[in-house]
Design a protein around this ligand. Sequence first.
Ligand code: SF4
Length: 353
Amino acid sequence: MAVDRPWIPKRVLVTPSALGFAHGAAMVERAAAAGAEIVRLPADRLAGLPDTYRDAKSTMAVVVASPSRRRPQPIPPSADWRFDLAEGCPAHCQYCYLAGSLTGPPIIRAYANLPEILAELTPLVGQGTITSRSPARAAEGTTFECSCYTDPLGIEHLTGSLSACISHFGTWQLPAETPVQLRFTTKFDAVEPLLGLPHHGRTRVRFSLNSRSGERYEGGAPRMTRRLAALRAMAEAGYPIGLTIAPILPLIGWRGEYDRLLADVAEALDGVAVPDLTVELITHRFTDKSKSVLVGWYPGTDLPLDEAARTRKVTKFGTGKWVLPRAEMTAMRGVITEALAHRLPRAHVLYWT
Ligand code: SF4
């Protein structure tokens, strides 16, 4: 079911070290004010984690990101570097990509040591190997993605981390020849606190959108119409914007459905001066591990997860993933990119994967 209210965890676990950071203490204060039960752990090890999906999804832990967790990593094809403000997400998407990348109960871990996390980024300015080396994207500067393991806007009313990050990037004193860009993707719509921040065009927000028939798999996330209104608001506030159309699914009537989505985007942006609209197109894929986790979380799902209808692709890490067959992929790519050229002629497609 879609939501129109901010997510409030039932329980917030907080470690002693996390409380030692003003940013962590502020998160706990906000959660308590919102009505969450606060559990102060006696030690920094997370203990007493819930073992059911339902309980885990209503639990947030405020912790300190260890040195290994706060070390940025290259993240092709999206950005030069990935860094994390949190892990886990309050939504309930039946295709959630986190099912294949995170382990353990799906609680949210929000990081209290934001100053340490941001300090890791400084030596990486000018050091990108992904978008920085792409002739088509090098003008974006060194790109930093902060939504790989969470939806940072979905928890922003509790963490404040995204706003702090946007302001940090916007006011970062850097020589003109070393531009930077913060990037995040979201399915949420509570953008009001971001509108007046000193972003200085250095943050690109991409809204994660799908066809109306794909929307039924996105429990706990705001409806597409609300995301489109948020897209418009961010564009009006001067943010570079983008669309992450994902996961592209060959559901019945997909041709008309994706065309309709793009028509909805064009209507949402009607009359707004958008100098720079990017589009990222990501087809649905799953792994043996993510399928087994997702079927455990959503036993009644009718999400297309039939291996017989897919092609197995071996990644550079030697693991396999089930992607759309080549012919279907080619057909979808042709139809959707053509619809994009028709509905949003000024949009700049960054990649199809
Ligand atoms: Fe997963 Fe993204 Fe959905 Fe959150 S919004 S449940 S991270 S797919």
